[in-house]
Design a protein around this ligand. Sequence first.
Ligand code: FES
Length: 243
Amino acid sequence: MKKDTEKKEKGENTKGKIKILKDGPYLVSGSIPVTKETIVTGIDGNPLKWERVGEYPVQETYALCRCGQSKNKPYCDGTHTKIGFDGTETADRRKYVDQAEAIEGPDLIMIDAEELCAKARFCHRAGNTWNLTKKSDDSKSKEIAIEEACDCPSGRLVAWDKNSKKAIEPKFEPSISLTEAPYRKISGPLWVKGNILIESANGTMYEKRNRVTLCRCGKSRNKPFCDGTHFPTGFKDGDPSIE
Ligand code: FES
């Protein structure tokens, strides 16, 4: 109990877990809320912000579809067994920082693990995150670079303050968002926020992170994480905004 209190004080998640079932769904426990969020674009057509557009009734445990073909999305309906879904986990198990490279600017360091890209494309606005980082002695460029990194759902990009040597992370309560990109008419991954534990089908734990994206189209080559394959394959989960 004392450990839980210490973790809460440090802002760490103390309850809830996502268990990956072999060639099956994500089994979620701990009453983790599920919402739906869409990408809103700016006047230049690039992603500008996230907007929450819906939520699902809170349940203590539930199974979220991982193969992309349930008729009862976002929940599993057992279709994975009928289609012989191969959910083999192929992701790099090294820590995030060991997979990433650092782009150093005058006032900001951008850590970037490209393998984790979920193609949300927030990094494209205002001349792109990498260029903005290189101009981070300009306060507006620095501000936008930080915004873009914080909007990156997969945590591919993490901005670090160069002076304090600390990661700049958005504050998230534990939750899971179904993401949608209406401007591209596609559905995206599950956006897992707030340091939720993720357990592999083999019983080992993934590195706990403030934000990651889990594949829900079934086609990622970097399972369980999204690698952006939903983008060229045009995954649609049936949401009216992307029909
Ligand atoms: S949801 Fe992005 S690759 Fe499957």
